[in-house]
Design a protein around this ligand. Structure first.
Ligand code: TPP
Ligand code: SF4
Ligand code: MG
Length: 353
């Protein structure tokens, strides 16, 4: 006898004006509880906590090798209150496919009562955009009913901050040091991972978000889980150790990267086959973002101008006007060395609001 596979629908949180300060209906359950050992201000840890709050207790999670495996799985100690499994760095996609197919089969055969749980994997950028890209792409293409997340700290953090495909242009890492021969540090632009996933797997729900927008992050997690079939979420998550910034600025960076045009936030609807772009209310020069981080401190005027040009092309791509003041900043003559530039000082918008 075949049993029906019953799926769950998670309600969405009210979004209007709610992404800034106060979340009265934040779920009390905490499948990622206190007790992990990540650095203070770790962006991926914030993302893990909000994703798992959004997913709830009926969830199974996989985590390929990376900081969020190593720092969360010290012997006999774990922050998870839901089932969790480690996978090799290349196998996040294939392992999670297996979990999804296994639950479907067990429920159909009456060996697991259901309903179908929330199944997700959270892989670092080294895993999702590089070493494990093939296995995630395969899982998306086969359309397994699970949510595949890339927590993007723009480096291979766990092994000592090496460059990854999503490390931004001019980002300094231990494999892209700046010097006389290569003064910008990293020469290549970052891989556009989420667009690759959306364009390459048009039947999947795909979205981008950052730890600067908690309600957006939680709702996109729920939309990805509610979608019957495969979903992919690309989340920008600052790494305090690798990027060198004040630990309290993780969430601020999550907004400034969007407000400076360097990380467009969007959602791809597989039914309509259309993109919906978030248009931030503030457009900043890239210096407001770059100057907060030590990894960019070596940038010369021409490097800052190149980054501004990339941001301006992003504004155009998401259908926003580029103010003349920002167009002017594509000229290296308008810049000094980044460490000498004036920029808008960070304020902690979460305090006293
Ligand atoms: C096949 C393979 N190559 C290399 C490693 C070494 N390794 C362990 S963690 C890690 C960094 C992973 O980077 P990322 O996926 O971005 O996660 P993060 O550490 O940044 O959280 C690497 C390279 C490995 N475990 N397996
Ligand atoms: S190195 Fe970066 S990603 Fe790893 S735990 Fe520290 S802040 Fe988090
Ligand atoms: Mg990483």
């Amino acid at each position: 006898m075949t049993h029906e596979v019953v799926r769950q629908t998670l309600p969405l949180l009210e979004e209007d004006g709610r992404d800034l300060y106060y979340l009265p209906d934040l779920p009390e359950e905490d499948p990622y509880a206190a007790g992990h050992r990540t650095c203070a201000g770790c962006g991926p840890a914030i993302q893990y906590r909000w994703v798992l709050k959004a997913a709830g207790q009926d969830t199974v999670v996989a985590g390929p090798t990376g900081c969020m495996y190593v720092a969360n799985s010290t012997y006999l100690c774990t922050p998870y209150t839901v089932p969790w499994a480690h996978t090799p760095i290349a196998s996040g996609g294939s392992f999670t496919s297996g979990m999804a197919a296994g639950y479907e089969a067990m429920i159909r055969k009456g060996r697991y009562p259901g309903p179908y749980p929330n199944i997700l994997v959270m892989a670092g950028d080294g895993s999702a955009s590089d070493i494990g890209l093939g296995s995630i792409s395969g899982a998306l293409y086969r359309n397994h009913d699970a949510l595949f997340i890339c927590y993007d700290n723009e480096c291979y953090a766990n092994t000592g901050i090496q460059t990854s495909p999503t490390t931004p242009y001019a980002g300094m890492t231990t494999f892209t040091p700046f010097g006389k021969a290569i003064p910008e540090g990293k020469k290549l632009p970052p891989k556009n991972l989420a667009k690759m996933m959306a364009e390459g797997h048009p039947h999947c729900y795909v979205a981008t978000t950052t730890v600067g927008y908690p309600v957006d992050l939680m709702n996109k997690t729920r939309k990805g889980l509610n979608h019957v079939g495969a979903a992919f979420l690309h989340c920008y998550t600052p790494c305090q150790k690798g990027w060198v910034y004040q630990t309290s600025m993780t969430v601020e960076l999550g907004r400034r990267v969007v407000e400076s045009g360097l990380f467009p936030v969007w959602e791809y609807d597989p039914q309509e086959r259309t993109y919906r772009y978030f248009h931030p209310p503030v457009q900043r020069p890239v210096t407001d973002y770059l100057a907060m981080q030590g990894r960019f401190g070596h940038m010369l005027p021409e490097h800052v101008a190149t980054t501004q040009a990339s941001a301006n092309r992003n504004w155009e791509a998401i259908g926003m006007d580029v103010p003349q003041a920002l167009r002017d900043l594509e000229d290296p003559a308008r810049h000094q060395r980044l460490k000498d530039e004036e920029y808008s000082m960070p304020i902690n918008r979460g305090v006293g609001a």
